[in-house]
Design a protein around this ligand. Sequence first.
Ligand code: PM9
Length: 484
Amino acid sequence: MTGRSWAEPYKIKMVEPLRMTTREHRNRAIVEAGFNTFLLRSDDVYIDLLTDSGTNAMSDRQWAGLMLGDEAYAGSVNFEHLESVVRKYYGFKHIIPTHQGRGAEHILSQICIKPDDSVPGNMYFTTTKFHQELAGARFVDVIIDEAHDPASNHPFKGNVDLCKLERLIESVGAERIPYLSLETNVNMAGGQPCSLENIRATCELCHQHGIRVFLDATRASENCYFIREREPEQEQRSIPEILLEICSYADGCTVSAKKDGIVNIGGFLAVNDDDIAEEARNLCVVYEGLHTYGGLAGRDMEAMAIGITESMDLDHQRARIGQVEYLGNKLAQAGIPIVHPIGGHAVFIDAAAFLPQIPREQFPAQTLVAAIYIDSGIRSMERGSVSAGRDHATGENVQSRLELVRLTLPRRVYTQAHMDVTVESVRAVYEQRDQLVGLRFTYEPQRLRFFQSRFAPIVGTSVFANFAFNDDQTVQQSNLVSRS
Ligand code: PM9
């Protein structure tokens, strides 16, 4: 970026009012939600930084595209548009639409994985790993060590450690590795990119051993932006050029288009192999819908085709990632421990450093998420030991080295003022951090537990030790104050 300020390359045409609540109301709401922000009503949320998934603002072009929805059961023209856009930007031969990313992960895992296989990947993603395990595989993390260190400033913390990968191939044999799962802009590491050089080298090593590589290209265009910014000799290239090169090394990809595809719903699986594609179309019919709509309305596929095209624009990425940087820099300047470098889709707070008095088994990140919500109504997400879940084979809690809170920025939704308010709230909680107490499970679901689990504070009724309220205290609608 130059020395001049940047501004969003769009103006706002429609607004959605936000509602502020009182602290008492929020304390009641988080208790009712079992201290899990996934279980809050969105009406009780002021600034929603839970996720960038499906929460993006569509453009006027995308909304216009909805009106062009061809809702024929079979052979929708919107599918043809989507297919041509995915071929153009990702370069893969076959595309199978799915209702969202995990639909594509399910199909790919069921086709490629046999029981007792090992699937290496550059850090796990919750739904991706879950589908791999459901199909019988063991996930093996082969990301570089720096990815597990919030303070490391490595520019490409998403990179695969080729030595770890070679050791795995030697120990289990290439025939027990159906594919390597290569995530662009690694979510759980803090939205950290992979370098083009590492992607090339990883794919080469896999292919030498006859192992396929499937990208999780959910945030691939954001990864391309970082390659352009940080990798020597890439700064003159466009995002589509870099993306095509990345995909040219791989055998296919799964995508949740709800992220950098800027839509509210949708995803796809794309592959080069004819046999995998045939089987995928077959499974699509079973689990998603006909292979030309994959669980989506025609209008959703149209919005996706346009959204993918918009995500290739450099100014869009500069403003999007620039906003994440703005929030991250302000938090860092305030002394808040965050993951460095600042990632693509979110700022990740290092909850272990923020709350050193709370042991890991009392879930410091889950506690911090609840505390930020109580302070301001800002909703964030735990990305630590709760998300890591239990080992599929032993049932033991997976020891997550990262204990993070994610402040995730939906694309084109919030302004710089919302970022300032967020910084103020995190600072306010930081000033009261000594008062925070940890959490224990009161309900733990068997699968993807972070979505639906419930907690209670270790002592008292609130994660703020000095905040108590009576059980018979009812919160009236009049307690709500609207913010105009
Ligand atoms: N990611 C996120 O908030 C939404 C669900 S988990 C809270 O980050 C990657 C890298 C993702 C992802 C979802 C999926 C699954 C796959 N890969 O949610 O099924 O970040 O569309 O995609 C979420 P779907």
